[in-house]
Ligand binder design. Structure first.
Ligand code: C2E
Ligand code: MG
Ligand code: MG
Ligand code: MG
Length: 279
């Protein structure tokens, strides 16, 4: 039976809405099972230095293949997990797995892990990070967390406090999707980020929009004056790479350099990234 929207609203049966709610509940339950049974996976996408062409790190991206519906985008199930608290268990699984993987694949490159702002509202998070570093043996300097701003940060001061503690462990902190959504200059002022990730929206417009070029230039200047390296996301063409190189971008990530892929990753020297750059 459908709930009424408010005490004065008439209560009538809304079949499509009811179905949507039922489906959402079912998806949440399937996701819970996937987390508990270890049915999630991680893909990794290479991050490259523009000046040296060297691999600097790999971003871990969670993957879920639903038993009936097939692959589901994290853009769809992460918000669902954030709504019902599942993000805490999911985030812990991702972190543990990414750190363990990084210890196995080499001895130097960084692993970048997306962390939901919902996780930051949890005061126990720094302790969890510390524990996972101990358990996996990954040196904290090889870990970087990627953070997007959202509207749902309930307590900004508390979140910044948790973030500072994580940074104090030696873990890097990157500001993800900069320039879109809720990302603000105030956040750059309030917290010493180790990296700015420029949203791929601007990169995708580089060819056709002088405004996009101007914005990229301004963000790179901002990074320079704050002494924070800038990584541009979503590089798909050689032309985009050349523009970013010319403008002094520090790092790049995108399909041109490498698609997100399951382990085992190709050795950096054999990765498609190396071919793309020398071509
Ligand atoms: P993000 O952190 O900004 O990750 C980059 C997204 O852009 C990834 O999508 C990646 O596959 C995609 N991408 C990379 N290069 C290119 C390119 O050249 N062109 C285009 N069109 N796309 C490119 P994905 O894997 O679907 O993830 C979407 C978002 O879901 C992520 O955006 C991140 O916000 C979130 N997410 C993914 N994994 C996790 C996770 O483990 N935890 C949390 N909390 N969020 C995650
Ligand atoms: Mg990210
Ligand atoms: Mg991003
Ligand atoms: Mg994103």
């Amino acid at each position: 039976r459908a709930k009424s929207a408010g005490s004065l609203a008439p209560c009538f049966y809304d079949a499509p809405l009811d179905e949507a709610i039922r489906e959402r509940r079912e998806m949440a339950n399937d996701l819970r099972v996937a987390i508990e049974t270890g049915a999630l996976g991680l893909h990794y996408q290479v991050q490259t230095s523009v000046t040296t062409g060297e691999v600097t790190g790999y971003e871990a991206l969670v993957r879920w293949t639903h038993p009936k519906r097939g692959p589901i985008s994290p853009a769809a199930f992460i918000p669902l997990a954030e709504e019902n608290g599942l993000i805490l268990a999911l985030g812990e699984w991702v972190l543990r797995r990414a750190c363990a993987d990084a210890v196995e694949w080499d001895h130097q490159s960084k692993v970048a892990v997306n962390v939901s702002p919902v996780q930051l509202s949890h005061p126990e998070l720094p302790r969890l990070f510390h524990q996972i570093m101990l358990d996996t043996g990954l040196p904290p300097r090889r870990l970087e967390i990627e953070l997007t701003e959202t509207a749902i940060i309930a307590n900004r001061e508390q979140s910044l406090h948790v973030l500072r503690q994580i940074k104090a462990l030696g873990v890097g902190v990157a500001l993800d999707d900069f320039g879109t959504g809720y990302s603000s200059l105030e956040t750059l002022r309030a917290f010493p980020f180790d990296k700015i990730k420029l949203d791929r929206l601007f990169v995708s417009e580089l060819e056709h929009s002088p405004q996009a070029v101007a914005i990229v230039r301004a963000v790179l200047a901002l990074g320079k004056s704050l002494a924070i390296p800038v990584l541009a996301e979503g590089i798909e063409t050689e032309h985009q790479l050349q523009v970013l190189k010319r403008e002094g971008c520090d790092e790049v990530q995108g399909f041109l350099l490498g698609y997100p892929a399951a382990l085992p990753l190709a050795h950096p020297q054999e990765a498609p990234a190396a071919e793309a750059r020398s071509a």
